[in-house]
Structures are given as C-alpha cells and as structure tokens.
Design a protein around this ligand. Sequence first.
Ligand code: PLP
Length: 382
Amino acid sequence: PIYLDYNATTPLDPRVLEAMLPWFTEHFGNAASRTHLYGWEAEEAVVQARNQLASTLGASEKEIVFTSGATEANNLAIKGTFEARRTQGTHHYITVATEHKAVLDPFRHLEQWGADVTYLTPSPDGLISAAQIAEVLRPDTVLVSVMYAHNEIGVVQPIGEIGALCRAHGVLFHTDATQAVGKIPVDVQADAIDLLSLSAHKFYGPKGVGALYVRKGVKLTAQLDGGRHERGLRSGTLNVPGIVGLGKACQLAAQEMSTESPRLKYLRDLLEETILQQVPDTRINGHRTHRLPQVTNISFGGVDGEQLLLHLNRLAVSSGSACTSASVEPSYVLKVLGLDDALAYASLRFSLGRFTTEAEVVAAARHVQEVVARMRNQVPFA
Ligand code: PLP
C-alpha cells in the first residue's frame, strides 16, 4: 500500500542509518565510561548530536536531555515540574483538550496528586489563542502546555504569542513539538519556550529516542533515578546509536526544509484539492492555513468509517491517532472540534513525507474517490 501515514512514524533515512551503524559495532562504548577510548569516542558522538539538536532549536547543548521519545519527555516536563514544586502549596496547570494522550495522561496523573488542571477547548478550527490562556491564568499557575503542531489535524498554534504571555506572567511554558521539529522552523528563544518535547522517529530518525529541551534555570525532578546521566535529569546508559541518529536526522531536516516544505505543501494541496473536487460531501478538519505543510484531515459524510478504512486497502492512512488506535473510539480530537461520532469515524488523516511522490498522491486520490463512490452507491466490493 501507499504509505501516507508519516505523522505516525517515518522510515529511517538511509543517511541516518549510515551514521548510526558504526555506533552499534566497532564504536560500542558506554558514553559514561571516562577511563578509556571506547567511552571517550561515544561521549564525543553524543556531544556532536547534542550540538546538532541544540543548534536546530536555538538552544544551548547544556539544555538538552536525551530520552526514549516524546512520551517520556512530556512525562518528565509535566510530572517533573509538579514534583519540583510539590512543597509549595496548590498548583494550577493549563493545557488543551486536543493535546496528545502523552500530554493529557500525565496531567491526569497530576490531578491525582492534587493539582488543578484547566483543559481549554480550542475553536472549531483547532486553534487556541493567547487570550484564551490569559483568561484562565491564576496567581498559582505553574505551567502552560500547548502542543506546537497537531498530530491529527496539523494545526500549528500561535506558540510565540503563548510563550510571550507565559514569560510576562512568570509561568513556565511547555510545548509538545513532536510533530513540528524537522517540519517547520522551531526556535526556543523566539518563542520563549521553557520546555520542549520531541521524538526522532517523526523526522526520519530511529524509534525509541527523543529529547526534552530544558531552559537553563528551570527546575525539574527526575522521573528515572539511577546513575545521574543527563545532569541527573534522566538516568540510564545513553542510547548512543539512537542519539547519533537523532542528531543526523535533525541536521538533514534543517538542511532540506526550505526545499522539502514547499514540495510537500504542493503534494498535500494536490491530494486535498483532488479529493475535495471529486468526492462530494467532504470537509477539511483544522485551520486551512495555520497548518503543517504535509498533512490533511478529511471527513467523508454519509460513509461508515470502519468500512472506509477497510476498503481503502491500497493506502496506509489513519483515522484518529495511531497512538491510541488500540481502541476503536472515534477521534476525541475531532469530537472536541464539534464533529459527531459518525463523522469523526469517517475522517482520515493523510500525512505525506520525504519519500512521497506525485504519482503516489495521484493514485491515492483516485483510490479514495473510487472507494467512497462505491460505498455511497452501494456497489459491492469484489
Ligand atoms: N506527542 C505527539 C504530538 C505525537 O504525535 C506523538 C507520537 O505519536 C507523541 C507525542 C509520542 O511520541 P513517542 O511515541 O515517540 O514517545
């Protein structure tokens, strides 16, 4: 099938694999081994990757904590902030009802620990404004968490405005930038970000490695205790090949973004416009312009969502979020945006990437058109 599910994960770029390979075999050292060459080499490779990542974010290398991915980074940012302030009375936190589960569930945990959490509802196009946040800020608000770009609908939030608001009120600002890093420019200084999560496998790096950017001076309590790696914020032997891959993937994405981004936008628009023109009763979910260049989320009125996915057997796309696809619930994100269950079920996320071709997009649009027409006309599938 044609792979249009790059927001779920991306294949490893062969150039990234090439950079990683020696760190599995001949250079297998433990980056924490300070007494011999094996350790020094591994440490040197980690330093390089840390610099590659820091420079793409506008951060300093001392502000990077390598983790197992964005889920762990979000948990460290959110629970780690709570724990670091635990002794200082009640706490208030602000996030958005359409965040990824890897943000919402740590906040549920905080509620069990006694925190107050406000879950804001975005406008029907998926956007949240700094003004909405300003309205619910309290004197005891500790942290605001708003994702940079949405995994399901691709909406890019006004992160700079939200960051400036938080900074002005002395409130910490965390952003889950898992879907933004490598796709659009992200700058922790320009956007006044204090904590930022990312995961390498979303931008052609390996799975199981990510990072949390922690602004200098921000206090967190570690969630993994042990050998005090990563300045005590994340113990555990560093995944050197994975970290090398993350660094290389960052570097490639930064180098290629200015050509890749318009290419993907062209292909996404082609896919979207073809489907919208040729398939009646369709609508796009999420803001049309404040959006990532390579994703579209389309609802198909009057068709059964489960059947639709089943019949689209020449496409690898997702309905709702792949990360919660263990359950066959309609997307909670689309429901928050006002879609009813049936329409939320009958919505598909198409996400394009580095290896997507125009021929694939044309074939995908044709397949969607044929399948939906057959379903609506009740023509049996052979
Ligand atoms: N946050 C967002 C916005 C995501 O899209 C994902 C992945 O689906 C995650 C967090 C979790 O990333 P990982 O599974 O690599 O920890």
